[in-house]
Ligand binder design. Structure first.
Ligand code: HPA
Length: 275
């Protein structure tokens, strides 16, 4: 079987003909950014199942497409649909699309996600810039023999979430009157939500947010020397634990939809500044 590097090359060769413009910006359309596609001029939609070696979604509603598009006149490659460890993929499999983005020339990666909050001042509906993370996933996408063509054996994580991009986002947030808080994201495997004791633990170890994605993707992006900006939409407030209530999916969706209007506006305006 081909190694990872060869698989990336095959996927790249398949996708390259669709790429009209030099494109250095990639976006993972996670929770909160799903509707950003409405603002995009989409030139090509490539279903994941057509791309060699791409993971194939297990859930029909998360079918997944790679989009070659322009957003606010900036060329972007977007991943509409992402993979999670809890779905059964290995960390290396679920981050394969990030490797392919890099091979196509992407240097800056924007990521969104939904997260529970474990800091008392973070409310449902808040947008939070991730400034750092704590990795509690049981698998690491960089595990195994390192291919030096893809990155360093021991990639540094000092600036996993580019301070330069965070400052730009904060400034733009002020201009647009969109409040951006900052926090540390704790990545767990899921799929269950946490117990009250676990939310408490996450707060004690320095976590402000908790979720089931992003960390493996950021590890690979940093291994590939990409700059990362990641923003969480707080979908449920989990701290202090006395304030915990059982939330319904409908409530969560409503909160996220409201917040996604702000997030979409922020990202639409941000892409111009990044390039
Ligand atoms: N825990 C883990 N992942 C999540 C949560 C949560 O409370 N909310 C959204 N994603």
């Amino acid at each position: 079987m081909d190694g990872l590097f060869e698989q990336i090359e095959v996927a790249k060769a398949f996708l390259e003909p669709y790429k009209a413009d030099a494109c250095t910006l990639g976006i993972i359309l996670g929770t909160g950014l799903g509707t950003l596609t409405k603002d995009m001029k989409i030139h090509h939609r490539i279903p994941y199942h057509e791309i060699p070696h791409f993971p194939v979604s297990t859930v029909e509603s998360h079918a997944g497409e790679l989009l070659f598009a322009t957003l606010n006149n900036v060329p972007v490659i977007a991943l509409a649909g992402r993979f999670h460890y809890y779905e059964g993929y290995s960390a290396q499999e679920l981050t394969f699309p990030i490797r392919v983005l890099k091979s196509l020339g992407v240097q800056t990666l924007l990521i969104s996600n939904a997260a529970g909050s474990t800091r008392a001042d973070l409310e449902a509906g808040d947008l939070v810039l991730i400034k750092d993370h704590i990795n509690l996933h049981p698998d690491n996408p960089l595990r195994g023999r390192n291919d030096d063509r893809l990155g360093l054996r021991f990639p540094d994580m000092m600036h996993a979430y580019a301070p330069r991009l965070r400052s730009m986002a904060k400034e733009l947030g002020k201009d647009l009157d969109i409040e951006l808080k900052e926090g540390v994201y704790v990545g767990l495997q899921g799929p269950n939500l946490e117990t009250p004791a676990e939310y408490n633990f996450i707060n004690i170890i320095g976590g402000d947010l908790v979720g089931m994605s992003t960390v493996p993707e950021v590890l690979v992006a940093r291994h590939a020397n990409m700059e990362v900006l990641a923003i969480s939409v707080v979908s449920n407030k989990c701290f202090p634990i006395e304030s915990l209530t059982e939330t319904t999916l409908e409530e969560v969706i409503e909160v996220v939809e409201k917040a996604s209007i702000k997030l979409t506006k922020l990202v639409f305006n941000l892409v111009n500044k990044l390039m």
